[in-house]
Design a protein around this ligand. Structure first.
Ligand code: FES
Length: 322
């Protein structure tokens, strides 16, 4: 964990505020790349992930933006109401699960609402590198759009296109236009960040207009959305804890962590949604069914680590190095 000080707090839009964090002891902060996020520790030890929206020249601080969730009792409410300039916070080092593939020739970036934060960082890095990039920003209205002044500067060149106040049908039609007009060529890359319904709409429209899956990159914090069909298909499996020899059976709908607690095995946890990394465990045997947003695709494919707060097992038996 890194101790940081709040250097500045600003209102970016009606329900969005941004916070600049600098190292509390004046030392350099670990490097980041566009698309990276940090986790911020909140009262009670809760960890919440926030994407960095830094531009390439902003290397002396971490910049995060937080949308106020009216239902929030912890994360966004605390950062909106209780955190002020000069306060200290603990954060994790940056981690990037939403890397820009700089081999791509053209970039289409689509953001919805607060999903603009990693996309804004990517956009500024690509503009600074003189790359071929187009950004589409969907929001409820101009008053709810963060970083609007900077983005509007690029709207004359059509590098930024704002789509405000559209309902679902209009959003679907607009996405079809955007993605259909963009004749997909080898080396094109699509990056999406926003609320799950928008990400699903973009993905569907991208597939139907010829975008290959390998060219579509998404940022999803937390657990992967599990469909009711997947829930119905869940089977029980056995987990063996190699160091103690204890074992338990994880029932459909139950987490490994909950089943483990019944036999006295307690994991370190924080988010319990698969994004903070706290419960990371080594797999000695078995085939994990990953549902987290913490491990990279390559780490998930390796199959030797699992987040037991959210993931399950495809095989009948899972052996953990615990
Ligand atoms: Fe956060 Fe499992 S508790 S990833």
């Amino acid at each position: 964990m890194i101790l940081v000080r709040v250097r500045d707090v600003r209102v970016e839009a009606e329900d969005i505020r941004s916070i600049d964090l600098v190292s509390a002891d004046g030392s350099m902060l670990p490097a980041w790349t566009p698309g990276a996020h940090i986790e911020v520790q909140l009262p009670g030890g809760l960890m919440r992930p926030y994407s960095l929206f830094n531009g390439p020249e902003e290397t002396d601080c971490y910049r995060i933006a937080i949308k106020r969730d009216p239902a929030s009792r912890g994360g966004s409410a605390v950062l909106h109401e209780s955190v002020a300039r000069g306060d200290n916070l603990h954060i994790s080092a940056p981690r990037n699960l939403f890397q820009l593939d700089l081999q791509a020739k053209r970039f289409v970036l689509i953001a919805g609402g607060i999903g603009i934060t990693p996309i804004f960082s990517m956009f500024r890095a690509l503009i600074a590198a003189d790359r071929d990039v187009t950004l589409h920003y969907f929001a409820r209205g101009a008053a709810h759009a963060a970083f609007a002044d900077t983005l509007f500067e690029h709207s004359a060149t059509r590098q930024v296109n704002c789509h405000f106040g559209l309902d679902e049908a209009a959003t679907r039609a607009r996405l079809h236009e955007i993605l259909g007009d963009h004749a997909v060529a080898m080396g094109d890359a699509l990056y999406i960040c926003g609320p799950t319904p928008l990400m699903e709409l973009v993905t569907t429209q991208a597939h139907s207009t010829g975008w290959p899956e390998a060219a579509i990159h998404r940022e999803s914090f937390g657990a992967i959305a599990v469909s009711p069909k997947q829930h119905d298909a869940e089977k029980s499996f056995e987990v063996v804890f190699a160091r103690s020899g204890k074992r338990c059976v994880v029932a459909p709908g139950q987490t490994i962590i909950a089943a483990a607690a019944e036999v006295g095995i307690v994991f370190d946890t924080s988010c319990e949604q698969g994004f903070c990394g706290c419960c990371l465990s080594r797999v000695l045997e078995g085939e994990p069914e990953h549902r987290d947003g913490y491990l990279s695709k390559a780490e998930q494919a390796a199959g030797d680590q699992i987040m037991p707060c959210i993931s399950r097992c495809k095989s009948a038996r899972l052996v953990l190095d615990i």
